[in-house]
Ligand binder design. Structure first.
Ligand SMILES: *Cc1c(COP(=O)(O)O)cnc(C)c1O
Length: 231
């Protein structure tokens, strides 16, 4: 199988998984994480119908977004202050915001570019040192800080689960959903309405994430690697 066939297979499996969990088949959107391939690889998925791509490097995000401008480009990587201009210039949605100073700079850059930047707050639910994100009990303060930034719109939460144990991953995703529900309660009606996305689940654990309410799954290897065998 090539990239296009794997993309279509994962897309269909995501829809079927949503349905089998009693959710709308379109409830979880597939973000194809194209960070391991160049523009031609991304183009293969695009030709198969993919319109949501994820990148973790700002230069790659900008380059591929320029090559495929009518797709939505999601930034899922580590944010560095000096690269925020590149990120905001190309990102449909930033999944990985967890520092107030970055939110403030995103707000300034987005204002200059005349856009409101949609963001997700990345939360380190598992507490693993290798994972980025704010601690769960820091998310409320970050969300509150964003409320005073008119060019930053928080749309929900993102996390990465520990690898290797489906039940631990599911518990991590359930906690992210509960945290999002709690946080929504602190928002006014309009902000609460925007705050409904849960970006969680990757090649090995997207099924668990859909079971716990994911609205975005970020899948890389299962689409772009010909050696990934699935979970
Ligand atoms: C690479 C990456 C993914 C995709 O991971 P796969 O295991 O290749 O599916 C998802 N989210 C983030 C933040 C990543 O960096």
């Amino acid at each position: 199988m090539g990239i296009a066939e794997r993309y279509l297979q994962v897309r269909d499996e995501v829809a079927a998984c949503c349905a089998s969990c009693g959710r709308d088949p379109q409830a979880a959107r597939l973000v194809a994480v194209s960070k391991t391939v160049d523009v031609p690889g991304a183009r293969e998925a695009y030709a198969a119908g993919c319109r949501d791509f994820g990148e973790n490097r700002p230069e790659q995000l900008a380059q591929k977004a320029a090559a495929l401008p009518d797709a939505r480009w999601h930034f899922i990587g580590n944010i560095q202050s000096r690269q925020i201009r590149h990120i905001v210039g190309s990102a449909h949605l930033i999944h990985s915001l967890f520092q107030i100073r970055h939110a403030e700079k995103i707000d300034r850059v987005a204002a200059e570019l005349g856009k409101v930047q949609d963001v997700l707050l990345e939360v380190n639910v598992s507490g693993e040192a290798s994972k980025s994100g704010c601690a769960p009990d820091e998310a409320a303060a970050l969300l509150e800080a964003c409320a005073s930034l008119p060019h930053v719109r928080p749309c929900g939460l993102m996390t990465m689960a520990p690898q290797g144990d489906a039940r631990i991953a599911a518990a991590c995703f359930a906690r992210l959903r509960e945290l999002a529900d709690d946080l929504r309660g602190q928002l006014d009606d309009e902000a609460a309405d925007a705050f409904r996305e849960l970006s969680m689940g990757m090649s090995e654990d997207w099924r668990q994430a859909i079971g716990e309410g994911a609205t975005f799954v970020r899948v890389g290897r299962a689409i772009f690697s010909d050696v990934f065998n699935g979970a």
